[in-house]
Every structure is written in C-alpha cells, then in structure tokens.
Design a protein around this ligand. Sequence first.
Ligand SMILES: Nc1ncnc2c1ncn2[C@@H]1O[C@H](COP(=O)(O)OP(=O)(O)OP(=O)(O)O)[C@@H](O)[C@H]1O
Ligand SMILES: [Mg+2]
Length: 323
Amino acid sequence: MSGDALNVKNLSVVYRTEAGPVHPVTNVSFNLRPGESLGLVGESGCGKTTVAMALLRLLPDNGEIVSGSIDMGGVDIVELEGAELEDIRWRRISMVFQAAMNSLNPVHKVRDQIIEAIDAHETVPRAEAEERTRRLFDLVGLDEQLLERYPHEYSGGMRQRAVIAMALACNPEIVIADEPTTALDVIVQDRILKELQSIQDQKEMAMIYISHDVAVIAEVSDTIAVMYAGQFVEKGPSDVVFARPIHPYTDALLASVPSVRGERKELRFLAGEPPSLSDIPASCPFAPRCSRALPVCDAEIPPLIGDDTHWAACHNPVEAILS
Ligand SMILES: Nc1ncnc2c1ncn2[C@@H]1O[C@H](COP(=O)(O)OP(=O)(O)OP(=O)(O)O)[C@@H](O)[C@H]1O
Ligand SMILES: [Mg+2]
C-alpha cells in the first residue's frame, strides 16, 4: 500500500443530459497524504464539486463515474456498494457541502441533527453521543447553549460552524470542504478557516478545500491543484506553485489575485470562455485563451511535465523547468 490517505487515478465522470453527455471531470489523478491539506481551485463550472461528489459517490442520478479508481487504504471507493459504501462515507471521508448553510433541517434542533448523523453511522449510547456533540461544538467555537436551538436562530457563520461540526461527527480521516466560507463576510471567513486548520492539526485529518478563490486556497493549503475544464492542469506545493507556476492558466489565475504574490499590479483579465464540457478537445483545453499557445497546443494533448511533486500538463510552460 502507498501510505496515502487517498489515491485517485484517471477519474472521469459523465453527466447524461438530453443534449448529450457532459464531461465535468476527465482523467483526474492525484494523491493525498495523511494530514495533508489540498486546495482545489478553478473557475466556476470547471468540475470541482463534481470531483468531490464522485469521491463520496454522491453524484446525482444522471452522473456516472465512467473510469478510474479512488483508493482509500487499499479499498477502491468506485467499486463499493450498499453497506460498504455507507461505512466509508461520513465515518472515513466526509464533506461540508457548498451552500452548506442551507443544508441544516429547519424543523429540528441542531443537537438532534448532529446526534442523528452520529447514530446513522455508529452504535453509540445516547449520553456518549450528546457528550461528543458538546465537544464538537467546543471544537468549532460554538456555545453549548446553541445546541438547544433551531437553525434559524443561528447567524450564517454559526450555521456554517454547525455544519462543520456535523462533518467531523464521526472523526473522519478525510474531510472535503466545498466553498466552506464563500457566503460569509471576510472576517468570519478568516476566523472559520483558521479554526478549521487548527482542528485539522489536532485531529491529523487530511483535507480537500475547494474554492474558486485563490486567496482562500493560498491561506489554507499545503498543496494546490488547479482545475480547468474538468482536468487537473497543475499540482504542486502551494508556495512553489505560487512562486513559480508552470501552467499559463495558473499564472493567469494568480495574476488576478495580487495579494497572493504580495505585489499590487493591475489585474490581468483572462479573455474568453472555457470550452464547452460537452465537447472537450483532444488537445489543450486552455489553448484558445492562452497567450503562450503554439500550433501544437491545438493539435495534441499536452504532456505532463515537471516531477511527481510539482507537475503541469502543458506544451509551452511558463517556467523553463525542463532545461
Ligand atoms: N446534474 C448535472 N447534470 C448536467 N450537468 C451538470 C450537473 N451538475 C453539474 N453540471 C455541470 O457540470 C459542470 C461542473 O459543475 P461543478 O458543479 O462540478 O462545477 P464547480 O467547479 O463546482 O463550479 P462552482 O465553482 O460554480 O461551484 C458545470 O458545467 C455544470 O453546469
Ligand atoms: Mg462547486
């Protein structure tokens, strides 16, 4: 076994629609080490949430994993069914959903919802489940008295913390946080991200943070993966990728966030649109928008360049890393 918390190989997902198949995730491979925090970043619609839903096998009915494997400690999540799948989901890998603030049930007290989440996956005496719920609230910085309240009595930030507590309820090895703070103001956002990081350290969980906001990803991630039109185009240690991106798309993305590089300059606007996901070219999907595009970029699938630690899929990289 690899010792990775997660090892994803050649994962592809298709959504079947009346207008034909859509390819939100194509040939995605990555590994996640125990305790690592991986940031997944890319423009809206590039397939980030679909990757997360595929990892948990929670794709909508018209979505299907058409190839690849998701290895978690020697078990391929793609192959699991029924009780085996239920056993891994939430207990070993859980998720804070995008727009999670709406995912609490308005008619039940928050405590009962968390206890229900525990009961669904473990056999725990009521008193122990209640005690665990109190500790979870402590951990995410919520007053215990709020346990007795209904979601509408919470502020947006409190609700988000409650949803994070729920994702942690069964002590998972991996937590996926999909835009965990996007709907919150920047101060609350910053506080919750810092708390999540400290919880991650205490519990030695691996985390996958998903955001379209590079600044958020920069703050929380050891490793960053950049996604474009359903593909991972670059992956590497965050500080290295920020300092020396290989892929022109990563470079353009970083240029749009001056604070990441600590310099103020005019934001570079990335002209054009990503390709349609129903018609992914057998060449570089970024070529039509790329300032470094060569004839080969429109003709051939780009090679992976770099090394296992920091790689990108590109014919004409920003950094002359091969010389
Ligand atoms: N059930 C579905 N059926 C058909 N297409 C879908 C379905 N769900 C998502 N899509 C499409 O798949 C693509 C990827 O969607 P996804 O939600 O994974 O993107 P995302 O990167 O998470 O975007 P955002 O940053 O806006 O959350 C989008 O083009 C979306 O419109
Ligand atoms: Mg999403």
